[in-house]
Write a protein that binds this ligand. Structure first.
Ligand SMILES: Nc1ncnc2c1ncn2[C@@H]1O[C@H](COP(=O)(O)OP(=O)(O)OP(=O)(O)O)[C@@H](O)[C@H]1O
Length: 296
């Protein structure tokens, strides 16, 4: 295990991509966000990152270090991905960013505010959609609003106009079992959106989907994140998924189970050229090669 004071961060290319979103996105958010518009701070244009992990060192037991000296920055409106091999500590980092755990050292900043160890400030979506089988889709997606104290009828009224943008028009009164995997994930993301935070963390959100559905859903996801003015950090161990979605990819390397804490081995910017098939472009392949090389 590396020593506690030893910092292991190497930034291969720290270029910050400009925020992908725009004033348009914010206006969409202002009009369409039915949950808690006021709770979604507008970060674009301020020069302050939406989310920052600064020098995070994390452990589950206070003894064995899982990740050490990790810096991650997500600019407003940006989709970043965190990739790394199984067990390297991706979920551990997401827990800390969500405020669910306290770091051994380091800080988490949300729009510049220190939120280290403070849960409930960002939204968090897991690999499993966790839709309640006993609730219709509309009531599943309304859960964050109802849990926040809103009356069910009011919550339904606020969520309903979003169904079309989330590709769920006509599904309001269906049961989760009646939806395809891709639709369920879109419903889960709508529920996440209704949590009212503008920064969202997603842990392997599309890994349970078949390959073709996954491609469609991640394209849809990138579009909707930009349109709604969200900022997102997505965990994946699928390099293609990372390159096709992110403007920057944080590559995590290490083997904590073997006593070697993980660190950010490099940051790969993705030069997203306009193309019908970005996945076939030289830019795509160059980014993929760099990520693969960093993963070792
Ligand atoms: N709740 C926990 N308590 C103790 N140790 C944990 C806990 N969760 C994870 N770990 C350990 O922390 C290390 C990193 O796990 P983590 O789940 O963060 O990795 P990961 O990169 O997300 O893996 P995967 O891609 O397989 O989901 C592993 O050694 C794991 O055993």
């Amino acid at each position: 295990m590396a020593g506690a004071g030893e910092k292991n961060v190497q930034v291969a290319d720290g270029t910050r991509s400009p925020a992908a979103s725009s004033a348009d996105a914010r206006s969409v958010r202002g009009e369409d966000c039915p949950s808690a518009g006021a709770s979604r701070p507008v970060g674009g244009g301020t020069g302050i990152p939406a989310l920052e992990a600064r020098d995070l060192t994390l452990s589950w037991d206070g003894e064995h270090v899982v990740v050490q000296g990790v810096d991650v920055t997500v600019e407003p409106g940006e989709v970043c991905c965190l990739v790394g091999r199984s067990g390297c500590g991706k979920t551990t980092i997401l827990h800390a960013l969500a405020g669910l755990t306290m770091p051994m050292s380091g800080r988490v900043l949300l729009h510049g505010e220190d939120v280290t160890g403070r849960p409930g400030r960002v939204s968090y979506m897991l690999q499993k959609d966790l839709l309640l089988p006993s609730h219709r889709i509309i009531d599943n997606v309304c859960l964050p609003l109802v849990l926040a104290g809103m009356k069910k009828a009011e919550a339904r009224e606020k969520a309903a106009p979003l169904f079309e943008r989330f590709g769920l028009a006509g599904c309001e009164l269906k049961w989760p079992s009646e939806l395809s995997g891709g639709m369920r994930q879109r419903a889960a993301f709508l529920r996440t959106y209704l949590m009212g935070a503008d920064v969202t963390l997603l842990d392997e959100p599309f890994s349970a989907l078949d390959a073709l559905t996954r491609v469609d859903v991640r394209r849809w996801f990138v579009d909707v994140v930009a349109e709604l003015g969200l900022s997102a950090l997505v965990i994946t161990h699928d390099v293609d998924e990372a390159v096709s979605m992110a403007s920057r990819i944080y590559v995590l390397a290490g083997a904590p189970a073997a006593g070697e804490p993980s660190h950010v081995a490099g940051i790969v910017p993705v030069n997203r050229v306009a193309s019908e098939s970005f996945e076939l472009t030289d830019e795509y392949l160059a980014a993929k090669r760099r990520v693969m090389a960093l993963l070792g």
